[in-house]
Design a protein around this ligand. Structure first.
Ligand code: NDP
Length: 236
């Protein structure tokens, strides 16, 4: 097992983020979890922070650095949906989703790379979605935010890829969490019909891929998009 590292998972109080945090904890890393309500799984450092607020992110990093040491792995996972058909989507529905999912990742990663550049090592994993690559009706805002993460990871790779830092995107399909529980039974049935694996995934199936993307074994992978979607997006 490698040396314990300090890992930050945004939006790690529930759902996929929580399972990612638990996965890193299980391999002996020091894990900090941020969310607006400041809860975290047992064993993780819980820090309240809002990804739409740069000052709040800066405060969170400072606290984590003081308590756990420099952050070597950033998992930008915090995300929201505000689905609506484009014809009906208002500015706030569009902008709030971009602000959390895309600008939130920018704010978090920007603060995170200062320590990584100093340390000449780091792992950035951005949680996107099959929706960002494949497109989903009613999710123009969400899809745009998640596609934006791909360009973001690739630009980071070109900017600081020579510093021992990788930036990759993990694009989950349908994972059983609060976010997908909100879908109606009819929607769930329709989605299921399109997934070659014919099932939704458990959060751990995403978390294990994220853990590996952040490992030494993945040192030569950067700017990549790794789908965890049961074959739904193939080639997108
Ligand atoms: P959940 O709704 O279960 O969790 C979302 C997390 O994001 C919570 O921890 C929430 O914490 C946090 N969050 C939301 N807004 C903010 C904010 N402004 N500042 C800080 N934290 C925030 O979602 P999932 O676990 O399902 O999704 C996790 C990620 O995976 C998201 O980026 C989502 O888009 C992506 N994804 C999910 C899929 C799925 O099928 N579930 C499929 C593809 C991608 P709090 O509200 O307490 O602040």
């Amino acid at each position: 097992m490698s040396e314990p590292r300090t890992v930050l998972v945004t939006g790690g109080n529930r759902g996929i983020g929580r399972t990612i945090a638990e996965e890193f904890l299980a391999q002996g890393d020091k894990v900090a979890v941020t969310s607006r309500n400041g809860q975290a799984p047992e064993g993780a450092l819980a820090v309240a922070a809002d990804v739409t607020d740069s000052e709040s992110i800066d405060r969170a990093f400072t606290e984590i650095e003081e308590k756990l040491g420099p952050v070597e792995v950033v998992v930008a996972n915090a995300g929201i949906t505000a689905d609506n058909l484009l014809m009906r989507m208002n500015d706030d529905e569009f902008e709030s989703v971009i602000k959390t999912n895309l600008t939130g990742a920018f704010r978090t990663v920007k603060r995170g790379i200062t320590g990584m550049i100093r340390a000449k090592k780091g792992r950035i994993v951005l949680i996107s979605s099959v929706s960002g690559l494949y497109g989903v009706p009613g999710q123009a805002n969400y899809s745009a935010s998640k596609a934006g993460l791909v360009g973001f990871a690739r630009s980071i790779t070109r900017e600081i890829g020579s510093r021992g830092i990788t930036a990759n995107v993990v694009a989950p399909g349908f994972i059983r969490t609060d976010m997908t529980d909100e879908l109606s039974e009819k929607q769930q049935k329709e989605y299921l019909a399109t997934i070659p694996a014919k099932r939704f995934a458990e959060p751990a199936e995403v978390a294990k891929v994220v853990r590996w993307m952040a490992s030494d074994e993945a040192a030569y992978i950067s700017g990549a998009v790794i789908p965890v979607d049961g074959g739904l997006g193939m080639g997108h």
